[in-house]
Ligand binder design. Structure first.
Ligand SMILES: Nc1ncnc2c1ncn2[C@@H]1O[C@H](COP(=O)(O)OP(=O)(O)OP(=O)(O)O)[C@@H](O)[C@H]1O
Ligand SMILES: [Mg+2]
Length: 405
């Protein structure tokens, strides 16, 4: 017998399966509230959804049994695989609206292994429950996974990403260890979002993209893809060629009509639907695919890549009004100067990056940019003479190059 707990889940993915079920069970006219509480010895997921009938409760632990259509769930596996990934036992407590009955089912992996899939776990019925209340609680115990502080923080963040569209649209309150999860908002250049939409036969895809302000890792670009509001892949490169990495395209892509894999971690790439969408995306992004031309190089003083508008500040000339040039620097601009000075600090704070003519790894610009976590290239010799005010450039602080945008 293969163990159903042997799935390639991450903790976040396993928890998401249970949250998916709560979202699927939302009650008409009630905003779904899902509370996830993790302690040393248990994981509890509680919702205010429609609950389950007696029959649904006993069916719910059958492998491959699902009545769902067009919802987040469809395979009849998620609850079993995710709970048994998290712990050896779980208790399910559920109540339907306008019913004073509560159904309690206690699943135990050891029992199940002993008896096999046909084993029916006894279901306890309790009466006298307040009939206006409904919902389902899943309590996982005898945990198989450890939760470090770091893991707990990453769960909070990943929930914001995974369920972002639901949270953003006011369609879900997701509360993790007492703290509401906030939708993850990518930081994009000028907040400029380009919306797009494709309809090809049954496939409907829509979303937006923008240039992210900076990215420290080459592969952190592309789309977060969603299906019915639920995250499927992150930094998906569908329709993007490797050329794009310098430009740091990020965005959201909502896809309907392409089948997904059983672990819900990806779309089936061999499907005609996937290929059709990929093709459309490739056509759409072609105009943005020109390879940027390298125009300058220097020392990579602070990592990250940004695209922005040049603002030249001439430090060494007596004829220009430095104060005015400093005020001219807007959020997301790239400061170009012979060398930075302490009085530049406020302008640098708004800037997305710094390029200097002079200096090395320990010059003022290098230190300040690392402090502010913005990319910086120093010692280019002639940035102030080559780059004019208003020019669009890509500053690559990882390699020490400046590209024409
Ligand atoms: N929180 C919940 N509220 C109401 N019903 C639930 C809840 N969780 C599970 N169920 C019921 O239990 C069944 C089994 O859940 P499970 O996650 O294993 O399968 P699924 O959601 O149908 O499919 P998938 O494997 O794609 O998740 C669901 O179809 C649903 O009827
Ligand atoms: Mg499910």
């Amino acid at each position: 017998m293969t163990k159903i707990s042997q799935t390639g889940y991450s903790i976040q993915e396993a928890l998401s399966e249970l949250i998916d079920n709560s979202i699927d069970a939302r009650r008409e006219g009630h905003k779904p509230v899902v509370k996830v509480d993790i302690s040393e010895d248990s994981v509890v997921i509680a919702d205010n959804g429609i609950g389950m009938s007696e029959e649904q409760t006993s069916n719910s632990i059958r492998l491959g049994f699902s009545n769902k259509k067009g919802q987040l769930g469809e395979f009849g596996l998620g609850m079993k695989t995710s709970t048994s990934f998290l712990g050896q036992a779980f208790t399910l407590i559920t109540t339907q609206e306008n019913s004073d009955e509560q159904y309690i089912l206690q699943y135990d992996e050891d029992e199940w292994m002993k008896h096999g899939d046909w084993y029916k776990f006894p279901l306890v019925v309790e009466r006298g429950v307040e009939s206006s209340k409904s919902g389902t609680i899943i309590l996982v115990s005898r945990l198989k996974v450890d939760f470090s502080q770091k893991m707990l923080e990453s769960i909070q963040e990943e929930f914001g990403l995974r369920f972002g569209p639901f949270i953003q649209n006011g369609e879900l309150d997701l509360i993790f260890n007492g703290k509401p999860c906030e939708a993850n908002k990518p930081n994009i250049l000028d907040d400029e979002r380009h919306e797009f939409e494709f309809k090809i036969d049954k496939v409907h895809a829509h979303g937006w993209w923008g240039y992210q302000l900076s990215g420290l890792n080459k592969s952190y670009y592309g789309f977060h893809t969603f299906r019915r509001g639920r995250l499927v892949t992150v930094f998906d490169k569908i329709g993007l060629t490797p050329n794009q990495d310098i430009k740091q395209i990020v965005g959201e892509l909502h896809i309907d009509g392409i089948p997904i894999t059983h672990d819900k971690k990806g779309f089936i790439k061999e499907s005609d639907e996937y290929k059709a969408l990929e093709n459309e995306m490739r056509q759409y992004f072609k105009p943005y695919e020109r390879k940027p031309k390298r125009i300058l190089s220097g020392y990579a003083a602070s990592a990250g890549r940004v695209r922005g508008t040049v603002k030249v500040i001439r430090t060494l000339s007596q004829h220009t009004d430095i104060q005015k040039s400093l005020e001219n620097v807007k959020r997301g601009d790239i400061v170009v100067t012979e060398m930075t000075r302490p009085q530049y600090l406020l302008a640098i704070r708004r800037a997305a990056g710094i390029i200097t003519d002079l200096g090395g790894n320990l010059c003022h610009a290098a230190i300040v940019s690392r402090e502010f976590n913005i990319p910086c290239v120093v010692g280019t010799q002639n940035a102030t003479s080559i780059l004019e005010d208003g020019k669009k450039v890509i500053l690559d602080g990882n390699e020490g190059y400046i590209y024409e945008d």
